[in-house]
Design a binder for this molecule. Structure first.
Ligand code: HEC
Length: 298
């Protein structure tokens, strides 16, 4: 099988002498990651999007065992909604993974894509503030061997978590949320500018205007399950355009759907956001309506 070796020595690593290396706890942490053209195992992690030196359509796979050879970080999390109480996790910082793969940190948005089409998004800002970790072990075990709390499944192949999450901002009743997906199959490296082009409200809106406030919520919340063109999750099967139409044609239904989906659709799978007050719902409506106003016929 053809294999590309992309790797980088960590800044500082070159300075270490053989003596200090042999004393270091993680003395021979491998800093390259072999990329494979084909999946060899269900636990391989798929990589897609902007990989250095490759066309955007190219995908690659990395093995669980090679990821374990990268420098591991280990910590105890107590506020990850995946777990009841505390869990000890270990894995690789997403920032470190970018560095190992020689993907630029600045301007790269990482989408962690799950088995059900859900996507969690990690901007450069999020990574700097929260240091998300690709989790390779939960309480010492591979995620695929750890039973999921919510159902009979397991957490595999990968999760993303981080140390104690301190939200950075609020937009009315929305508070910045921790992105803690499980069942992660793929990491896709997107250009942040492209994702904002697809999601920012068209037109000249001032910072602090209603559509811009709604934008901040929608790109962090709704984009996990609803896709805006080529970007965002597919769990819902309903695109941004579908949401734009409902927001325009029936803002009351739209608002009820967000707060309590089952009040509109008895079989709704979407989780409700009952804490969203009228101010929060109105900025979301203003945001989705802005697309229709701009494009008229859409
Ligand atoms: C965790 C996944 C998830 C998130 C996050 C999510 N949705 Fe949904 N949404 C769904 C699913 C799944 C459906 C399809 C119908 C159903 O099962 O509820 C849906 C359907 C909808 C519908 C009805 C569409 C129709 O054609 O009837 C609206 C409106 C909607 N979502 C708005 C939003 C908005 C606005 C946000 C962000 C504030 C959001 N959703 C966040 C999963 C999600």
């Amino acid at each position: 099988m053809l294999m590309n070796l992309i790797g980088r020595i960590w800044s500082g690593a070159l300075i270490a002498t053989a003596a200090t290396l042999s004393l270091a706890e993680n003395s021979v942490a491998q800093q390259t990651l072999p990329l494979h053209e084909k999946r060899a195992s269900a636990s391989d992690l798929k990589l897609s999007g902007h990989l250095p030196g490759m066309p955007k359509s190219v995908v690659r796979f990395v093995s669980y065992s090679d990821l374990l050879k990268l420098q591991q970080v280990r910590l105890t999390v107590s506020d990850d909604s995946n777990f009841k109480g505390k869990a000890e996790i270990s894995g690789v910082y997403l920032g470190q993974l970018l560095q190992t793969l020689a993907v630029a940190d600045k301007g790269t948005l990482i989408a962690a894509i799950c088995d059900d089409g859900y996507e969690a998004h990690y901007s450069a800002e999020y990574r700097t503030a929260h240091h998300p970790i690709l989790v390779l072990r939960v309480n010492g075990k591979q995620p695929v061997r750890t039973s999921r709390r919510s159902d009979d499944g397991n957490y595999g192949p990968y999760l993303v978590s981080q140390a104690l999450f301190v939200p950075r901002y609020r937009v009315f009743a929305y508070t910045e949320e921790a992105q803690n997906p499980n069942g992660v199959l793929e990491l896709r490296f997107e250009k942040e500018t492209k994702v904002s082009e697809a999601t920012k409200p068209p037109g000249a809106f001032a910072a602090g205007s209603l559509p811009i406030k709604g934008y901040q919520i929608a790109r962090e919340n709704c984009l996990r399950c609803h896709n805006a063109g080529a970007y965002g999750g597919h769990k819902s099967g309903k695109s941004w355009e579908a949401l734009e139409h409902i927001a325009q044609a029936n803002p009351t239904t739209f608002a009820h759907y967000i707060r309590d989906p089952r009040s509109i659709n008895a079989l709704a799978q979407m989780p409700g956001f009952p804490a969203y007050d009228n101010a929060t719902l109105s900025v979301l409506i203003a945001y989705f309506q802005a697309f229709v106003a701009e494009n008229g016929s859409r």
